[in-house]
Design a protein around this ligand. Sequence first.
Ligand code: GLU
Ligand code: ASP
Length: 465
Amino acid sequence: MWERFSYYGMRAILIYYMYYSISKGGLGFDQATAASVMSIYGSMVYLSSVLGGYLSDRVWGSRRTVFIGGILIMFGHIALSVPAGRIALFISILLIVLGTGLLKPNVSEMVGGLYDAGDTRRDSGFTIFVFGINLGSLVAPLLVGWLGMSYNFHLGFSLAAIGMFLGLVQYWYGGKKYLSKDSLYPTDPLEPGDMKKLGVRTAIGVVAFALIVLLMFLLGSLNLNNFILLLSIVAIATPVVYFTIFLTSKKVTTTERKHVWAYLGLFIAAAIFWAIEEQGSSVLALFAANQTNNHFLGLHILPSWYQMLNPLFILIYTPFFAAMWNRWGKKQPSSPAKFATGMLFAGASYLIMVIPVVLFGTDAKVSPLWLVGSWAVVEIAELLISPIGLSVTTKLAPKAFQSQMMSMWFLADAAGQAVNAQIVKLYTPENQAAYFMGVAIVAIAAGLIMFALVKPIKNLMAGIK
Ligand code: GLU
Ligand code: ASP
């Protein structure tokens, strides 16, 4: 809860901090660049989960990896609590990308580890976990948003740091009391031979990346936008490499390979869904500030507060979805069918946004209810995709790659946001209607294709729900 409080609190004000003029306490970026940075930042945060999963399994064990991650995150927020401009921003991004990579995949895995495989309390455990995530995400935009936007951005970021600090204190003492000693050790510790292989591979990766950056510099094309493009390519290439390895590895059996093919379909769907969901903190955040009438029913709404709608709807819908799946029991739709339905809802949430733009133009200030409606619809999609994706990911994982698969789930979000980093720049007043329409059509078309593929994907999944 506290880690998500710090993350989503920071995200709720970050875009405004980036594009507000220097006289208003911001950094003076243009809006398109600010939206693109928001996206690539989000992408890197989930891309780094690959690193976090690896370090936990092979070096530090989950409990320590999560703690180190939390410390890095806290310092990331502290970096932004001082008015040190762009440098502080980039240092903060680096720290939070690394820290969240260490924390996020492992904290999800540790929840699973609290229960034996057959324990009936397992699902309830995950429900409480998701509740905590969204509770933190709900309160943060309110408090961090209020401090950050009505007083001073750096005060807001300080509150995010304090939240992470409180989380660390509780984790330290609670962990000593309740977590098993096993979580202090890696499950598959590195052998000396592995070390060398790892060292060589890391060195090759780092040198290759540095060479590309150097080449860009020599060609005179090293600027923020091109650097973001490079990162987008890395974030999309990473899952491509993973899938290739899973599909060609000798350690994967024929049945497992079918599962991986099925997962590929779900992965692409998830990436498209996350692309839309994550635009809530970039594209819709711009809409909230530029085109929404924030004096509503006598209330003065701060633009950052709209970020509360996402977790709010999740908290409201969760009991209904739980009851619905219970009632349908064995007759409930398959995971691919839920994903396909989710994509239609995601697309519909953007169709809603076409309406005010077409009706009132881009200079008008429209009712906040348009945004409320859009979020109300996209969160139906989130509940059809996010929890199901988490659980199906572990079930479809080939044995030899069990732990890497958890990071794969976060790579779908990373890939979606890598695409966002490129397309959000097209979101300009002239293009707005076409932008919402275009993204909606892609999601809906993909949803329909997914429906056509439900049968074959179910066959590939052979028995796994
Ligand atoms: N918003 C969720 C979280 O912060 C989901 C992120 C994801 O699964 O990609 O945990
Ligand atoms: N819905 C997001 C995540 O579950 C939270 C957010 O975007 O505020 O959990």
